[in-house]
Write a protein that binds this ligand. Structure first.
Ligand SMILES: C[S@@+](CC[C@H](N)C(=O)[O-])C[C@H]1O[C@@H](n2cnc3c(N)ncnc32)[C@H](O)[C@@H]1O
Length: 251
């Protein structure tokens, strides 16, 4: 994780297993595999932001690509519980390596937190699971967090299917939006999909999540944002992001 730990001791009290991982930067898997540094965790800023968005927007169906130790998964599931949604596996978590490399840490932490019934885990690469979900329930997801493989082609595939899977008005959140591979996907969206995906200014939720003033100013000066968000502005009954004869703007 390698980030400033517990700024405020009580901040993560709502989810003790999450709080413990953040405080110790350590986790143990189902078979006893020990992870001594939780480098794959989402930044605490992202976790705060997802929580603030969840509690404000109250989406009923959510998805994340990339579970690792379960940072974001615990936040999503916990928010569904706080919002008093009936547990019905309404948060889908896609990760092909959860029970192998990650030794089921996230699944164990969900169980410890009493949140397992809010989550459906798909142990598959997102490129294989998202088309199946799309065939089952198009335009059903109200908030999606893209934090799986950060390779350009995988982020592109995630964005493509999640846009089709998103309900009109749904939010698409991209982690690591300053890395070159993610940035390339965002440039395609910005240049070619303005009619469909509207960029969202996340600052109101950053303030709600009590981001420090220094960080906010730092972001404004450098233009570096860990997370970038879009809102799907309309329904796509045709199933295509752009009509086949659209002009293409290079990016
Ligand atoms: C940065 S970590 C996710 C962190 C997590 N969201 C959190 O908040 O702590 C990236 C995850 O993506 C998973 N991953 C890698 N390739 C993937 C793919 N093709 N589809 C879905 N997940 C993938 C990895 O196994 C890893 O758990």
């Amino acid at each position: 994780m390698n980030q400033p730990v517990l700024r405020n001791q009580s901040e993560w009290d709502f989810c003790p297993p999450l709080k413990q991982m953040i405080a110790t930067d350590r986790a143990e898997g189902k078979t006893g595999k020990v992870f001594d540094s939780l480098g794959a965790f989402s930044t605490l800023g992202n976790l705060r932001l997802i929580r603030a968005l969840m509690l404000d927007k109250k989406p009923r169906k959510t998805i994340e690509i990339g579970m690792a130790f379960g940072g974001s998964c615990l936040i999503f599931a916990n928010a569904h519980q706080e919002l008093e949604h009936e547990p019905s596996q309404q948060h889908i978590a896609v990760d092909p390596f959860q029970t192998t490399f990650w030794d089921s840490v996230a699944l164990e932490k969900l169980q410890e937190a009493g949140l397992s019934n809010f989550v459906q885990h798909l142990e598959q690469r997102s490129a294989f699971s998202l088309p199946v979900l799309l065939a089952q329930e198009p335009e059903s997801i109200e908030m999606a967090y893209i934090d799986g493989s950060h390779l350009f082609e995988d982020v592109f595939i995630d964005f493509y299917y999640l846009t089709l899977l998103s309900a009109p008005g749904g939010l698409l959140l991209f982690d690591d939006s300053t890395t070159p591979e993610v940035k390339k996907v965002l440039r395609f969206i910005n240049v070619n999909l303005g009619h469909l995906l509207e960029p969202i200014d996340l600052n109101p939720w950053r303030h709600q999540a009590n981001e420090s003033l220094v960080k906010t100013i730092g972001r404004k000066v450098t233009g570096r944002y860990q997370m970038t968000a879009y809102r799907k502005t309309r329904s796509l009954e045709s199933g295509e992001l752009r009509s086949w004869d659209s002009s293409f703007s290079n990016f």
